[in-house]
Design a binder for this molecule. Structure first.
Ligand SMILES: [Zn+2]
Length: 243
């Protein structure tokens, strides 16, 4: 039976002379493999519909735990702005890699919605670094290293939070503070906001660039210290941004 699934192509791999296999992150079934017969053929209609980073509704013969079979697809959003911009494509490559790592650990349905909504917000012109940081924060619990944004990591106190520190793993209260750098109270507030916000509801971002930088610095360090992930696409993006 043919099924319609919504999804985003993470990867395409040639298969034989004329076919390819696509790995699609679907809303309904998580990450699945789909065989696209003849899709490498230059005259094939399905060629353009099976490219990496295509966001579409796919009609497939779904086979559980096996390769499904491609029938047709309708693009939901062609992501024109992202596709025209090397920096935005680099953000997307990193988010795809990161999401794949998250999917190795969890199949929580919110991962799909957060990923797609994040991509759509970047396409709509919102700051890609802020959207990426929001996704990175939301993914942390699925990577087994969720941030505690309620209390001091040392003593559990909910009062007098003085700073946030990546090495220590979160908030530090005034009593437990030793030589950690003090960050602006706005940063602590914004990190909470990033973590709790519903991505689809964001219509505009009006955040001071220094605060954006500080939050990125924190998340970057926290990832290095606690997730054990090393993604080439992240290194590539970082280099691109400092050029
Ligand atoms: Zn404390």
């Amino acid at each position: 039976m043919i099924k319609e699934v919504e999804g985003f192509i993470f990867k395409e791999t040639p298969y034989g002379d004329t076919s390819k296999i696509i790995n699609v992150f679907t809303k309904e079934y998580g990450l699945i493999g789909i065989m696209c017969k003849g899709a490498k053929n230059i005259k094939s209609k399905s060629r353009a519909l099976t490219l990496r980073f295509t966001y579409a509704k796919f009609n497939i013969y779904y086979k559980e735990d096996k390769l499904s079979l491609f029938v047709s697809a309708d693009v939901i959003n062609p992501l024109k702005n992202i596709n025209q911009d090397i920096v935005l494509i680099s953000y997307l490559s990193y988010l795809v890699d990161l999401t794949q790592q998250v999917l190795k650990q969890s199949h929580e349905p919110s991962i799909y919605d957060n990923f797609i909504n994040g991509v759509l917000k970047i396409e709509a012109g919102l700051d890609p670094l802020v959207i990426t940081n929001i996704l990175e924060l939301k993914y942390l619990p699925f990577l087994g290293v969720g941030l505690n944004l309620d209390e001091c990591v040392e003593c559990g106190s909910k009062n007098n939070i003085a700073t946030i520190n990546a090495d220590k793993g979160g908030f530090i209260c005034a009593n437990c503070l030793t030589d950690e750098r003090i960050v602006d109270a706005k940063i602590i507030k914004m990190i909470r906001m990033y973590y709790l916000v519903k991505i689809e509801s964001i219509s505009a971002l009006n955040i001071d660039s220094e605060i954006i930088k500080e939050i990125n610095f924190f998340i970057d360090n926290y990832y290095d210290r606690y997730t054990g992930l090393y993604l080439k696409s992240k290194e590539f993006l970082k280099n691109l941004l400092t050029l």
